[in-house]
Design a protein around this ligand. Structure first.
Ligand code: GMT
Length: 379
């Protein structure tokens, strides 16, 4: 198949999922065309089946805002026409679903018919998508997609609650490539570097946006740190970074907190973690929690959105109410200081196995084949 994939190229779950999906499709012999405004950050290595098309947005003195959506639409028309694409798969509805709809219409006027799949990732529905400034457009574009997928049952339900859809939503859960977590050799040396006195290593990784509630990570760590020698490793960067740094200084945990900033790959550093914290306000899936489990870390998370589909309460970690950092701290201590720690660790690893790319990729391939067949029937 010749597949066009549209995604945000920046650090973030939807870009990671789209890029890893495309890479694995290419390994299976499909031709994959990534269309994005920058090279997706996980698209590192050369593969003869992968092509990258950059969306360049023209600037003109009259424009106060850059016209990304129009530039993307034009690029989609161009790539679909000249690369003979079989289908377009857009990740994150805003504005990718409406750009794809417009491209589809332009292509149809030239006698080219191409199915569109929209994958919903979370904030495109739960935060931004429901905002009146986007809602009618997203609503229309979703209904015009040939297929809609959501990354969790919870996101599917929330989408159905918020939008009057005439289309089915198929849940295809997010995935990880378990191979990436095996055979790491540097773990021991790294562990000594960050925890020279065998302290427990607590981790969090995110884009440090408000929705991630990183301040709750710091508060929960304080609860743990007051009772157990421990270190906090924070990975990522974003709007809240500065205030979080200030908070650590005020709370007196600064000396045992390490800010690593953005990392392109997390497998190596995750391999030394003992426990992962994800206290988000909203989380449609929580890919990073799954990545943590694949590294053998039990997870303490909030109990919102799709997190309960990933983190099994009392088995792979614990789910706590948003903002209840006392409970998060207690549950963390319960895991870290109990004899059952290896059981939690093993359950986390077992849970991660269920979401290996090898289980999930065939679901996308089957959907693609079904849409291509339907297209041929109509033609
Ligand atoms: O807001 C974010 O966390 C980024 C966003 C993205 O587009 O990368 O993440 C969303 O999509 C991820 C991949 O499907 C999910 O794992 C995250 O849970 C989801 N974030 C939220 O729902 C807040």
């Amino acid at each position: 198949m010749k597949i066009g994939i549209v995604c945000y190229p920046t650090f973030g779950g939807s870009g990671v999922v789209a890029t890893e999906l495309g890479k694995h499709l290419a390994q299976k012999g499909h031709q994959v065309h990534f269309i994005a405004y920058d090279q997706p950050f996980r698209l590192e290595a050369f593969n003869e089946n992968i092509f990258y098309h950059q969306v360049s947005v023209a600037h003109y003195p009259l424009f106060e805002f850059a016209h990304y959506e129009s530039a993307l639409t034009s690029k989609l028309v161009d790539v679909a026409t000249f690369e003979n694409l079989d289908l377009l798969h857009v990740h994150y509805a805003i504005p990718h679903a409406s750009a794809a709809y417009m491209a589809k219409k332009i292509l149809a006027s030239k006698g080219i018919h191409i199915p569109i799949i929209t994958t919903l990732h979370g904030t495109d529905i739960t935060l931004v998508g429901k905002d009146p400034s986007f809602k009618p457009v997203i609503h229309f574009a979703m209904n015009q997609s040939d297929a809609i997928t959501a990354v969790s049952e919870s996101l599917k339900q929330e989408t159905l609650d918020l939008f009057d859809l005439q289309k089915e939503i198929q849940v295809i859960h997010n995935f990880i490539d378990l191979k990436r977590y095996k055979g790491l050799t540097s773990t021991r040396q790294l562990k000594i570097k960050y925890a020279p006195n065998n302290e427990r290593i607590i981790m969090h990784a995110s884009n440090f946006r408000k929705v991630k509630r990183v301040e709750d990570v710091v508060r929960t760590f304080k609860e743990i740190h007051d009772h157990l020698p421990s270190k906090l490793i924070l990975i990522g960067d974003g709007p809240k970074r500065q205030s979080i740094e200030a908070m650590c200084r005020e709370m007196g945990t600064c000396a045992d907190t390490i800010f690593l900033g953005k990392l392109r790959t997390i497998e190596e550093i995750f391999s030394i973690g003992d426990l992962f914290l994800l206290p988000s306000q909203k989380e449609s899936f929580g890919l990073v929690a799954l990545e943590a489990m694949a590294s053998g870390m039990p997870v303490i998370s909030s109990n919102v959105g799709g997190l309960s589909e990933v983190n099994i309460d009392g088995q792979t970690g614990f789910l706590c109410p948003v903002g209840n950092t006392k409970e998060m701290g207690q549950k963390a201590l319960e895991i870290l200081s109990s004899n059952h720690y290896p059981t939690f660790k093993q359950a986390a690893l077992n849970q991660a196995r269920k979401f290996d790319i090898l289980q999930i990729l065939p679901k996308y391939e089957a959907l693609y084949e079904q849409l291509i067949q339907e297209k041929h029937k109509v033609a």
